[in-house]
Structures are given as C-alpha cells and as structure tokens.
Ligand binder design. Structure first.
Ligand SMILES: Cc1cc2nc3c(=O)[nH]c(=O)nc-3n(C[C@H](O)[C@H](O)[C@H](O)COP(=O)(O)OP(=O)(O)OC[C@H]3O[C@@H](n4cnc5c(N)ncnc54)[C@H](O)[C@@H]3O)c2cc1C
Length: 535
C-alpha cells in the first residue's frame, strides 16, 4: 500500500502518470503554492473512477483540478497526486443538458445558445473556468443577481465517491428528513453493504434568499443530496457528469453605465432598482409599497410619480466599478468618471416585439429624477447594439485580470469576497470607505447582491500583513451582521479562519463529519474548506 503501488496499478490500467513537468499545476489564480508527487491527466470517466479507487486503496491523496482559475487555492495540491479532469469535456449530442465537467463554461453557454437555449451562470472567468469547477464552487456571475447561482441550474450529477462507488442522482431522488440524508445502497455502484447516512450540517452560512453565499457546505430543510455536492469544493467526490437546467433563449437586452455622485445616492439607487426588480417578479401590495418607499428617497417636492411609471425597469444585473478602479478602465476606454463615486453597470432585457427605446425612456426618466434630487446631471451611457454592449461588459470583466497583473512577485493580493444581507449594503460601503486604505485598494463587484469584491494589492510584505489584519477585522464585522465571508469563491485552503468565524468550531466539525462519510480514507482535496485529522 503506497505511492509506488498506486503508480504501478495505474500503469497496469494504461493510465499515464507524469512524475515531473507539472510545475504550473502547483498554483492557481490565488498564487498560493503547493506541492505534488505526480500528475494524472484523466482521459475519460473510467480513468477518473479507476484513479479514485486506486488512491483510496493505496491511501494516496488526490487533488482534483480543472480550469485552475480558483482564487482560494482549492485546486492547489498539498502533497499527493494531481488529478486533472479537464479532458472530460463532451456534451451529449442528443441532450445538451448532459455534459461532462471539463467543458469550459463559455463554450457551453455558446453551444446551448446556438441551440436556442440559455445557461445563465456567467462567472467573469467563464472563458477559462469549467462547469465542474463551477459546480464545485457554486459559481455565480453578473447575471446571478436576477437568475441565481450555478446551484439553480444543476438538475443532477454523477459523482465518483472515495468510498469506492459511483452515484448518479437527480434532484428529488434523495431528500433529507430529520436533519439527515439517507442514500439507499441501491443508488451506489458497486453497492456497499449498507445505506450511507449523512448528517445535514446545522451550522451553515446564510441562505441565498437572505444573503448571497458560497462558504461551507450547503444546508437546507428539506435538503436535497444534489445540493450537498454543489459548492462542496471537491471534498465529497469527483463529478463525472453534470445535468443542467437550461432556459429558453434570453431576451434581447440593452446595457447602461450610470455614474452616481455619492455613496448615499448609489445605495438608494440600487435599493430602488432592486425594489423594481422584486415588484416585476411579484406584483403584490408589499412589493409595490417597497418601490414607493424607495422612490420617496428621491422626492424633491415635485409631484411624485408612482411605481407604474417605471414598470419596464427591471435590471438583470447590477455591477459596480468603484472610483478606485477608474484608472484601470480609462486605459480601455476614456470616460468622464472623475466626479462620480463609481459606476453602476446594468443590463435591461426587453421583449423581442418591443422597441428598446421605450424601455430606455423609462430609465432616462428615472435617472432624471435622481439628477433633480442631487441637483447634478448624472452622467449615463447607453449601449444598444451587440458590439457596444460587449465592449461595456468587457470593461467590468477585465478588472480582476488587470488587478492580478498588478501583483508584485512574491506578494499576494488579499481578496475580500464578503456579502451582506441586501438591506446592509449602505453599512458595508460605509465600512469599506472608513477602513480600507486609500491606496492599493480596489472595489468592484455585484452590488445588486450587496456583494463587493475588494482587492487589496500590497507593494511590500508589511503592507500585505497589514491588509491581512484588515481582512480579519472586516470578516468579523460582516459575520456579526449575518453576512458571509465568501459569496462566490469558496474557502479553499486559504480562508478556514474566516469560515470558522462564520460557522464556529461546531460548524467546522460538522463539515469534517460529512467528509468522513463520503471519504473515509481522507484522500480527496484534503485541506479544502476544513482542516481535519485524517487517520
Ligand atoms: C479573473 C477571475 C475572475 C473570476 N470571476 C468569478 C466570478 O465571477 N464568479 C465566481 O463564482 N468565481 C469567479 N472566479 C473564481 C473561479 O473562476 C471559480 O471558482 C470557478 O468556478 C473555478 O472553476 P475551475 O474550472 O477553474 O476550477 P478549478 O480552479 O480547477 O477548481 C476549483 C475547485 O473545484 C474543484 N473541482 C474542479 N472540477 C471538479 C470536478 N469535476 N469534480 C469535483 N471537484 C472539482 C477543484 O478540486 C477545486 O476545489 C474568478 C477567477 C478569476 C481568476
């Protein structure tokens, strides 16, 4: 039992193992560096299952890697062997909802788009990340504000477990009763001697309805087994197939860039737009009253118009580019941003039979109302055709890459991926304005979800240490108001301390308990999400 037996077992099965030349697998986009003894590039599902089984028998650790765009070290090995699953990239010809996990997200979205379908999850990294990585991290993107995260678009999964079995489950097949999930043995191939009984964690982070969240294992009541795997950062099994939920083709849309002059106006505008979105989904009395309340904020004494005047205004995304990132954008396309607090990017869909200008007219009225209130014209740009929209969206998309290019060798950027319940958006932005350094701090992200990425890019080691302290103290405050320490990128190998702040030691040990059931030999993605004692 050991590494050499593992290698010889794989050789006998014709699975190639590289024992050197895998330097670029020792890090991911977080720049955290690990170590490994070898690399396996699995060519198909059978090779993945064989590698997981051989690793279990020989007690060899495997770290699964796919697009390698993780920002938390989750795809970085900490010893053992790297299992690259990117070559599993087939899409079923007759049923495009059946897809292998190595497919690049953008390729998949384009593929189903050509078939007249729509897969909403659109992480900024979609050009290089994969569906398997997205499911493992419950990735989200700009459109998740309206459409929700990856979780909402996964119907079923086939997973190679480190118990020696493969499971193929769809939603509704295994659901939890009394805080536990019982997986009948007949769903596992080969069948074990007994059913698998999994306790559902009690100390989980906030629910998506309350606050955007991707930290720790998911828990709900009732609980679906498919949901337990989504966002599990590969610690419970290796995905072999993802069965997605596809929507009909997305309606056409226009894009707008709005430049509010201050923090208060930004927050009030985001709350108003969010209230309009909620009202479009649920035209009830409470939703209408909420819009009226948000409209009153901008009251200037002039006769107040009602929510009906803006009933076509429904943002499909609300993205933020703080004034700190303006210089980065200016290189791409010079824009008069200097008098604004930042820049709000929104997309507005419209029915194909409607003239987009009628929708834009309502946006213009709304922005004029805000301008009257601030006594300053609010600069706004509109993109109507595909080329203009792509250019505008690209500006927002280019920010993380540009920030990564600014990191000095030997240093790491400290990424705040915090979100808070939506009503706390103003609190979060005020906190950031107060505690973040004026130099080296860049703020952007998903403002509609009260989720802002702040990148602290240090110039010296001392600065890096100072930024780590800021990270910890903000994490504590965010947890205290019911927010999350990771709304998007997960925990990986770098954010255990923050996760423990959020879930407490009980929550961490619940995660370890679930992991032990799916991975008794403790071989899969060790170090992700939780540090645990392995026998
Ligand atoms: C510039 C940039 C922008 C980003 N923007 C976003 C964003 O908008 N939204 C967002 O959510 N994230 C974003 N990210 C983070 C990252 O892209 C996501 O977490 C993404 O889901 C990772 O996918 P990947 O294929 O690169 O996975 P990897 O980095 O290879 O792996 C990530 C995790 O998934 C596990 N995994 C991968 N494949 C499998 C599998 N088949 N079975 C089981 N586990 C598996 C790995 O073991 C690891 O734990 C961004 C990253 C960068 C660098």
């Amino acid at each position: 039992m050991g590494l050499e037996e593992f290698f010889s077992h794989l050789r006998n099965l014709g699975i190639p193992v590289s024992r050197n030349g895998f330097e670029d697998y020792l890090t991911d986009e977080s720049r955290f560096r690990g170590r490994a003894r070898a690399l396996i590039r699995a060519r198909d599902k059978a090779q993945v299952v064989a590698a997981v089984n051989a690793a279990r028998v020989n007690r060899v650790r495997l770290n699964v890697v796919s697009g390698k765009t993780s920002l938390t070290g989750s795809s970085v090995p900490m010893g053992g062997v790297i299992l690259d699953v990117r070559s599993l990239d087939a899409i079923d010809r007759s049923d495009p909802s059946r897809v292998e996990p190595g497919v690049i997200t953008k390729h998949y979205r384009d593929h189903v788009g050509r078939l007249g379908l729509f897969f909403p999850p659109d992480p900024t990294s979609e050009d290089s990340c994969t569906l398997g990585g997205n499911v493992a991290c419950n990735a989200s993107g700009a459109l998740s504000y309206f459409y929700g995260p990856t979780r909402q678009y996964v119907r079923g999964l086939t997973v190679a477990l480190a118990t020696g079995s493969v499971i193929s489950i769809d939603r509704g097949q295994v659901t939890g009763v009394h805080d536990r999930l019982t997986i009948p043995r007949h769903l596992l191939t080969p069948q074990p001697d007994a059913d698998l009984v999994v306790p559902v964690p009690r100390h989980a982070g906030p629910s998506w309805e309350r606050c955007k969240n991707s930290a720790g294992l998911y828990a709900n009541d009732p609980m679906d087994l498919v949901d337990l795997f989504i966002g599990s950062e590969g610690i419970l099994g290796v995905f072999l197939e993802v069965r997605t939920i596809l929507l009909p083709r997305r309606n056409p849309y226009v894009a707008l860039l709005i430049h509010p002059p201050s923090r208060d106006v930004t927050v009030a505008l985001v709350h108003l737009l969010d209230a309009l979105k909620e009202w479009s989904v649920c035209r009830d009395h409470n939703a209408k009253e909420n819009v009226e309340r948000r409209l009153r904020v901008f009251s200037t004494g002039a006769p107040q118009v009602g929510p009906e005047s803006y009933d076509a205004v429904v943002p499909a995304c609300m993205e933020w580019m703080g004034a700190s990132v303006t210089p980065l954008l200016a290189a791409e396309r010079a824009r008069p941003l200097k008098d604004s607090y930042g820049c709000l990017y929104v997309e507005q869909e419209y029915r194909p039979d409607l003239d987009p200008l009628t929708v834009i007219a309502q946006w213009a009225d709304l922005v004029n109302m805000v301008s009257r209130f601030t006594e300053n014209r609010i600069h706004t740009e509109v993109a109507l055709d595909e080329k203009q929209i792509r250019q505008m969206r690209q500006e927002r998309k280019s920010i993380p890459e540009r920030l990564n290019q600014m990191i000095r060798p030997g240093l790491v950027k400290i990424g705040l991926d915090f979100a808070v319940p939506k009503e706390r958006l103003g609190w979060l932005m005020e906190l950031y304005d107060r505690v973040l350094p004026s130099r080296g701090s860049y703020s952007f992200g998903h403002i509609g979800n009260a989720h802002l990425h702040v990148n602290l890019v240090p110039e010296t080691e001392d600065e890096e240490q100072a930024y780590r302290k800021i990270y910890r103290s903000v994490a504590r405050e965010v947890c205290a108001v019911g927010g999350t320490v990771s709304a998007e990128h997960g925990i990986g190998k770098l954010k255990h301390e923050a996760l423990e702040m959020m879930l407490g030691p009980e929550g961490m040990s619940e995660i370890a308990q679930v992991k032990r059931i799916f991975d008794p030999a403790c071989i899969l993605n060790v170090g992700n999400m939780v540090v645990m004692q392995c026998d």
